[in-house]
Design a protein around this ligand. Structure first.
Ligand code: SF4
Length: 655
């Protein structure tokens, strides 16, 4: 009997229109867990580096994490993996909501798409009955609208539907996949779905999941729920509001936006507005949010209510969560009312709320600086906000200049030329980032930005405070109940961390400490992404309910795999290294591992080199960031090392 997982994947060939139910190998679950881990294994085995994002041979994998569908609170993530058209590397975007547990209840762990359909279609998974259906009548429809129409058409109000909008259909490089209360947005995975001619996947499942030791498992779940209550009553003092509690940053509940609006950049990640957050603005934005927010909502089996339904006058209701509340507002240098309105249209189009506003602000900066002109943008409105709507409409339709901008700032700048590359300044590995510019280099963040392969800082950070606390009393208070640390040494790192002087940034935490901290933070995210756990209850916040000490127990009692901390650490290292190997085979090297040029004012080239050298060594990678033969062997990845040697990527010298 299989526990926690179903033991079956669906293999869909969209060219041949074939549907297969395939038994999976339980050994793979032991080695790579599930979700991202087994996705990485499949992409490694079946998508060689010559295959491009828009090739029929590229795979698009929708995976429910290993513990999705079990009673583990907040375990509901769908991990979508493919090759990104924008970065040309592996994309692995996650979405919360309800889709992954529903897939498990229908009897499958993953849906793997290959090929391309010449006509627009959608997949309907109704427990054991699976069919590819015509979607020509849904062409051009919004993502949320599609969800409603499919439910009506199937007469199945409980079907969970993941869909793309116009942006995905038109292969916009930053197109998302939307799913009611959530979306998988980063890396252009919606464009790959559109390229395959797949408008949506609807799923309805009424089966059960087996739990290996139900009593032990439920006890662990109750402990988590109890801990969530305790943490809610005891927010962490001395940190910004969104980091004081649990959950995916609770932007829908919190009205205090002083930190974001004054620390993050506005426009094309250029302008800091140091005294922006006045009493007047706070009052206006609070009123806007209170009027717009009709209901706070949660994902499947979670008490946190991180998202909200938003109803702006004259517009259909839509769901929002997290920082997309501010991205359009800040890119347009406008107000919250504008941000909430344009986000409704953008959600229907199905675009990433981080990249899209930056692409539009980039275009307008090029226009203001004469690089793009009237002839490039005929009919551009004169009012600022109207310009954003105008650009959004053209990007998702790939009309005129929108066709170039639809490839993101990196590729658009290359095509536009005339110095446009200087303006595409906020990318890592060709992908738009949060608009941050800070003063002093933070060595921990430097390493995360450089080496993170999610290419999205919020999905790498967490666990360790972002800044030192001013007094020793505050630090001692913080470490007192810090049970999540994998090793006591992390407490000492934090106790000794000062705001100024010898033990302050950039030289403290030391290079060695930074390696340990980044490795811990990254490992927790990778574990979440294999189990299907929401990072809002695990890898992202400080002192979360899930951690390295209780995850092995969840896996043992849930999935029936004999697991301990050492084995879990090794498994996470294994598939994390496999993700890197996929990308190394696609050409990623040390030269690609850098933060946006002007992310920090004060840079330290020598220290940065030392950090990267030391971290590569710490991870078992050579000086180019390529996993060494020895480290691959230690992780049971000899097949990777053989492939890299055959391709001349690992040579005798580099091994
Ligand atoms: S913590 Fe928030 S984002 Fe995460 S599962 Fe719960 S409601 Fe969803």
């Amino acid at each position: 009997m299989r526990y926690a997982e179903t033991g079956f994947n669906l293999e869909i060939d969209l060219t041949r229109r074939s549907i297969e139910r395939v038994v999976t190998d339980p050994t793979d679950t032991e080695l790579y867990l599930g979700g991202l881990g087994t996705n990485a294994r499949i992409l490694w085995d079946r998508v060689p580096p010559e295959v491009e994002a828009f090739s029929p041979d590229n795979l698009l994998i929708f995976a429910a994490g290993l513990l999705c569908g079990t009673p583990a609170p907040g375990c509901n993530r769908t991990i979508v993996s493919t090759i990104s058209p924008q970065t040309k590397l592996m994309a692995f975007s996650m979405m919360g909501g309800f889709w992954a547990p529903e897939l498990k209840y229908a009897g499958y762990d993953k849906v793997i798409f290959r090929g391309k359909s010449s006509e627009l279609v959608y997949l309907w998974i109704n427990n054991g009955k699976v069919e590819i259906r015509d979607a020509s009548h849904l062409k051009g429809k919004g993502a949320i609208e599609t969800e409603k129409l499919i439910r009506q058409e199937l007469n199945e109000p409980k079907a969970q539907v993941a869909a793309i909008g116009l942006a995905g259909e038109n292969r916009v490089y930053f197109a998302s996949i939307e799913q009611g209360r959530s979306s998988a947005s980063r890396g252009g995975i919606g464009a790959v779905m559109g390229d395959k001619g797949l408008k949506a996947i609807a799923v309805r499942g009424t089966g059960d999941i087996n739990i290996a030791q139900p009593d032990e498992f439920l006890e662990l779940c109750n402990e988590v729920l109890e801990y969530i209550k305790v943490r809610e009553q005891n927010p962490i003092p001395g940190v910004m509001p969104i980091l004081a509690g649990l959950g995916s940053p609770q932007e829908m509940k919190i009205h205090d936006e002083k930190w974001h609006t004054e620390s993050f950049m506005w426009g094309n990640s250029r302008h800091r507005r140091k005294d922006f957050w006045t009493e007047e603005i706070e009052k206006e934005w609070t009123e806007t949010m209170e009027n717009a927010r009709t209901r706070l909502i949660s994902c499947y089996n979670c008490p946190m209510k991180c998202g909200a339904t938003i109803s702006m006058p004259g517009l259909p209701t839509y769901m929002m969560k997290c920082f997309s509340k501010l991205t359009y507002t800040m890119a347009a240098m406008s107000n919250l009312d504008f941000g909430l309105k344009i986000a409704q249209r953008a959600t229907e189009y199905g675009v990433d709320a981080y990249s899209t506003p930056q692409v539009m602000a980039f275009a307008l900066e090029l226009y203001e600086n004469g690089i793009l002109t009237e002839s490039d943008m005929p009919g551009l409105p004169s009012a600022n906000e109207d310009r954003f709507y105008w650009l959004l409409d053209r990007i998702v339709r790939r009309e005129g200049i929108g066709d170039i901008l639809a490839n993101g700032t990196y590729w658009a700048a290359k095509e536009i030329g005339k110095g446009a590359e200087e303006y595409a300044h906020n990318n890592i590995k060709k992908h738009e980032q949060l608009p941050l510019k800070l003063s002093m280099l933070n060595p921990i963040y430097f390493l995360m930005y450089c080496t993170g392969e999610k290419i999205n800082i919020t999905q790498i950070e967490g666990q360790f405070p972002q800044m030192p606390f001013p007094t020793m009393e505050e630090r001692e208070e913080f470490v007192k109940d810090w049970l999540q640390v994998p090793d006591e040494k992390f407490k000492q790192y934090f106790l000794d961390w000062e705001l100024r002087g010898e033990k302050s940034m950039p030289n403290y935490p030391t290079v060695e400490m930074c390696c340990n901290i980044v490795d811990w933070q990254e490992m927790m995210h990778y574990i979440d992404d294999a189990l299907g756990m929401c990072s809002g209850l695990s890898s992202f916040p400080l002192k979360p309910p899930y951690h390295i000490h209780n995850f092995p127990k969840f896996i043992s009692s849930g999935a029936g795999i004999d697991m301990d901390e050492a084995k879990l650490t090794q498994a996470a290292r294994r598939y994390r290294t496999l993700v890197r190997a996929v990308n190394i085979r696609r050409g990623m090297r040390r030269k690609d591992e850098k933060p946006p040029e002007d992310h920090w004012k004060k840079r330290f080239p020598e220290l940065e080199k030392d950090l990267l050298d030391a971290y590569y060594k710490f991870k078992g990678w050579n000086n180019e960031g390529i996993p060494t033969k020895e480290s691959l062997h230690e992780l049971g990845l000899d097949y990777v090392s053989e492939d890299l040697q055959q391709r001349g990527i690992l040579t005798d010298i580099e091994r």
